[in-house]
Design a binder for this molecule. Structure first.
Ligand code: ZN
Ligand code: ZN
Length: 605
């Protein structure tokens, strides 16, 4: 299994650990220490060796920051995680003030006296983060101080897991669609035009994309933890633990890069500093330690040049994604056919539902990983947006309830991410009506035409309009970018209030509006979509882009209130289901029970 169901740690683990941390703080004359959920690469996910926040506090969410002072402690988490933090952490030890930056400064000012020193690990915070925090704290008389060895690591001691050393594999050109050589040349062109002599890369998915490599250093993300320096001309340097490279992989990589150990990075950064030429560094993703090492004289702030290039998928990646979605669609259809039968007994639970789904995906024989922990939320659990089922929380899929299932797969030709909401027994009229409003939002995105320059923020309200008209909404973005056998959450584009980047042909996004009734049920319908080349619609005079839906799995018709759909919306749903029946039907040919289920599930309404 790629997923575990262990319950959260006992909140009482935190007290002795915090006490040990305070001893180390006292020894270094530090009045407060920052513990973010981050590693040296600032990716969204971290390896076990970097789960410092979890070790210290018990909090297992994917974003958060703890502050420990000599007498108090606080855990800052965002709205997604407030309930979880309160459940997992010792409330006698931690306050939960929310995550806004202003609140962090406020909290530090309120709990520390003038002249106090706040320690932090310079590798675990971005340059931008530290700069902003410093400018807020300085006027309050508080001082930030980088520590040379993380105090949590000292407290953790021998129990701390080792850094991952999993083998690197080459991502074949057939799947990558563009050679590492050419990608490196694309990045170098950018450096030349921006008058920069080098770029320092720190994001694992950027580095994997650039060098056409994949790995398994982090759960659910086929990435390798490494650093790279790309010069405007000549061979890039890849700083990677040599233990991860087989002879063959090393030989191949050496044709495009100079291979060095991560420990060598520090010396190279010092050399770049003394060379004095501009070095591109992304202040929002690179560690403060790198910005400090290079010095403000040479740092030339600029976004990681791989981010924008990687977001636009090439023909091979698009073809791969289509294939991955057909494979995944067939696995999901087999699974949903099984689920309808199994759930009718009333004895199916959330964990079994997750295990079975992974079995169906494994049966494709091409599953490399799941793309995130499956969200398997029955009844009220469906309303918890980032619900993670554990042995302790596991519950049955009850009759008359909704079952929200959000999951994805990593295949070497594509990453998938799909949510379906399934009626277990007969849904209430309210559930049906609200599921239909969510569907209307989903269709509004799926059918939108939009001109060049349109940003995600411009489209986000399309998905909410039907809900807004009824005084309803949801508290998350409508869509995120998705990698190509890389991270399931990938920038720079998103369909959300923060989506300021124009959508471009070749980008893959999710389309996932939802509705959540706390304590009762949750609804979300998620497909991945591909931005198409602009074309002028018949009778129009301007070219427009649109979305091609990649995901091919029936949307539960039992949750559709037909009268709430317009004729166009009904036509979209029927055409989508006809396409699913045709494409996936061919994949499951000969499997009579599955075909029968698919036939019923895709009937026109
Ligand atoms: Zn999802
Ligand atoms: Zn998603």
């Amino acid at each position: 299994m790629f997923q575990t169901f262990t319950a959260s740690a006992d909140p009482s683990i935190a007290a002795p650990r915090v006490a040990t941390l305070r001893d180390f703080m006292a020894a270094q004359k530090i009045d407060a220490f920052l513990v973010p959920r981050a590693d040296e690469h600032q990716g969204e996910y971290v390896p076990p060796s970097a789960e410092r926040l979890r070790w210290l506090t018990g909090f297992s969410g994917s974003a958060g920051l703890a502050v420990v002072t000599t007498r108090q402690a606080a855990l800052f988490v965002d709205g997604r995680y407030t309930i979880q933090a309160a459940q997992e952490c010792d409330a006698a030890l931690f306050e939960f003030p929310g995550i806004a930056r202003a609140k962090l400064t406020e909290w530090l000012t309120a709990h520390l006296s003038n002249g106090a020193i706040i320690g932090f690990d310079p590798w675990l915070h971005t340059a931008g983060e530290i700069r902003r925090l410093e400018s807020q704290l300085r006027p309050k008389g508080l001082k930030l101080k980088p520590v040379s060895r993380n105090l949590v690591d000292r407290a953790w001691g021998k129990e701390r897991p080792a850094s991952p050393q999993n083998p690197v594999v080459l991502h074949p050109l057939k799947k990558a669609g563009r050679s590492a050589d050419k990608k490196i040349a694309d990045v170098q062109k950018r450096l030349v035009s921006d008058d920069q002599a080098h770029a320092v890369l720190t994001l694992p998915d950027s580095i994997c994309w650039l060098f056409n490599i994949r790995g398994s250093d982090i759960a659910h993300n086929p990435v390798v933890l490494a650093f790279a320096i790309v010069p405007a001309n000549g061979k890039p340097e890849l700083f990677i633990d040599g233990a991860k490279l087989s002879k063959e992989v090393r030989r191949d990589l050496e044709t495009i890069a100079t291979i060095a150990e991560p420990e060598d990075l520090k010396a190279r950064i010092a050399e770049l500093k003394s060379a004095g030429k501009p070095v591109r560094l992304d202040p929002e993703t690179a560690a403060f330690a790198l910005a400090r090492g290079l010095g403000s004289q040479v740092v030339s702030a600029g976004a990681d040049p791989c981010i924008a290039l990687k977001a636009i998928k090439n023909a091979a990646e698009i073809a791969g994604s289509r294939k991955a979605h057909i494979r995944d669609g067939a696995a999901l259809v087999r699974y949903l056919a099984w689920l309808d039968g199994a759930a009718s007994s009333g004895r199916l639970d959330e964990i079994t539902a997750v295990r079975k789904l992974e079995d169906f995906r494994r049966a494709t024989k091409q599953l490399r990983e799941i793309s995130f922990d499956t969200i398997s939320g029955s009844g009220p659990h469906g309303a918890i947006v980032h619900y993670r089922v554990s042995e302790a929380s596991n519950r049955l899929l009850g009759k008359g309830e909704l079952f929200l299932l959000d999951s994805g797969a990593q295949y070497d030709d594509g990453t998938t991410d799909i949510t379906r909401t399934i009626a277990i027994g007969a849904p209430s009229a309210e559930m049906k009506a609200r599921a239909t409003l969510v569907l209307k939002g989903h269709i509004a995105i799926a059918t939108a035409h939009f001109p060049k320059g349109t940003r995600g923020v411009d489209l986000d309200p399309f998905a909410r309009r039907a809900l807004w008209q009824h005084g309803l909404d949801y508290d998350h973005g409508t869509g995120h970018g998705v990698g190509s056998y890389l991270s399931v959450h990938e920038g720079p584009q998103s369909i959300s209030r923060a989506g300021m980047v124009p959508l471009e042909p070749g980008m893959i996004c999710s389309n996932e509006p939802g509705y959540y009734k706390a304590g009762a049920y949750g609804i979300r319908i998620e497909n991945l979509v591909l931005v198409t080349e602009p074309e002028t619609p018949e009778g129009g005079d301007r070219p427009m882009m649109r979305f091609e839906t990649l995901t091919l799995v029936p949307i539960d018709r039992r949750l559709v209130a037909k009268d709430l759909l317009s004729r166009d919306e009904r036509e979209w749903l029927n055409a989508y289901h006809a396409r699913v029946r045709e494409v996936i039907g061919a994949e499951v040919a000969g499997e009579d029970d599955v075909l029968k289920w698919l036939h019923t599930a895709t009937q026109p309404i």
